[in-house]
Design a protein around this ligand. Structure first.
Ligand code: PLP
Length: 359
């Protein structure tokens, strides 16, 4: 049983740890910069996935969240969050009905990129007697979801305006293709080029009599360029709170607050083996790092083992290491709970309600 006040040294392993002091500093930096640049901050819950952390942030005044999935929106609203944006396409009557039901308990925003979906969404909202707030998703270079900037965006926005049960509030554009680019000059140029397209689109809509309240986008990789561009009213990053080895390499201003505490279960000359493997540490963005020991290199993850090469002077069997995953969001998705720690002791244990859910 893990309980508040317990020392980290007494935890069994593997354990997913979240260092709240580090997270607080990441949050403070992002909030300060959002305030300075006059942008609202909306935090992406697809990285966090735990209602406990959403409540922790809400107590600090972070009240606007976005998410990728309907179940994440439900976890947020169940946690008392009343401003939720599902930054994704919600397709089909079952999920649309869930979304409309949520709008009885919170302000719910959602993206669209298809006129048929707009009609079905309107039907779902009317069936529940609610209003859904809708943003047209604009593709500014990611080539995932979204409509083309310019006239296609205007036409879809008009379809939303005409649909009873829906309220058109603005545009969402996410430049996911740029997030991990290491060259900040190239990233800045390409980010601004996309945002310039978005600005022309915004101006086209406004000149055509379609007012816009919200323009939102950006991630942890592009936040700073987006903060400086006039088109956005809101930034929507998420990973900056937890961070990971891959993101930290390109955005060192945010530190890693998420780690996996693991125990050395085997030692040979030149390497040791930890008791957490690919079932506890996502490796879709690359190999994890050993916290505080850059000379120790992770070479392989098996399901329940991680092999780490060192010069032989590293830890012995029974000693511990903390591992920084290469992808925080996918790692949260592997665990059922996260241990929030501060100053070497447990502060809280939060269930990760959206872990492993794809609905
Ligand atoms: C729509 C959307 N907005 C924002 C983000 C930014 O998230 P992060 O800060 O984790 O890069 C993502 C990441 O996948 C996203 O899909």
């Amino acid at each position: 049983m893990t309980a508040a006040g317990q020392a980290i040294a007494d935890l069994d392993t593997p354990a997913l740890l979240l260092d709240l002091d580090v997270l607080d500093r990441n949050l403070a930096l992002m909030r300060k910069e959002c305030e300075r640049s006059g942008k609202a901050l909306r935090v992406h819950f697809k990285s966090l996935k735990t209602g406990g952390l959403a409540k922790y942030l809400a107590a600090k005044g972070v009240t606007a969240f976005l998410c990728a999935k309907t179940n994440e929106a439900e976890v947020l609203v169940d946690g008392g969050i009343t401003d939720v944006f599902v930054a994704n396409q919600i397709i089909g009557p079952a999920k649309l009905a869930r979304l409309a039901r949520l709008a009885k308990r919170a302000r719910v925003r959602v993206c669209v990129d298809d006129a048929g979906n707009v009609r079905q969404m309107g039907e779902a909202a009317r069936a529940e007697g609610v209003t859904l707030e809708v943003l047209v998703e604009v593709d500014v270079g990611m080539s995932r979801c979204g409509v083309e900037p310019g006239r296609p965006t205007l036409e879809l926005a008009r379809a939303v305006v005409a649909e009873p049960g829906l309220r058109f509030v603005g545009l969402q554009a996410y430049d996911g293709q740029l997030q991990m680019l290491p060259d900040l000059n190239e990233k800045g140029q390409r980010c601004r080029a996309g945002l310039d397209q978005l600005l022309s689109t915004r101006q086209l809509l406004e000149a055509s009599g379609v007012p816009i309240e919200v323009v939102t986008g950006a991630g942890t990789g592009t936040w700073s360029f987006t903060a400086e561009h006039p088109v956005m009213t809101e930034l929507q990053p998420g990973s900056f709170l937890l961070m990971d080895a891959a993101y930290h390499a390109v955005r060192p201003e945010f530190a890693c607050s998420l780690s996996i505490l693991a125990t050395v279960v085997s030692r040979r000359p030149g390497w040791y083996v930890l008791d957490a493997g690919s079932k506890a540490i996502s490796q879709d963005f690359g190999k994890p790092l050993i916290k505080g020991h850059p000379e120790e290199k992770v070479v392989k993850l098996a399901e329940e083992h991680t092999k780490v090469e060192d010069e032989g002077g590293g830890p012995k069997v029974g000693q511990r290491r903390e591992v920084y995953p290469a992808h925080c969001c996918a790692t949260m998705n592997l665990h059922r709970r996260v241990v929030a720690v501060r100053g070497g002791a447990v502060e809280a244990v939060w269930p990760i309600e959206s872990s492993g859910r794809y609905d």
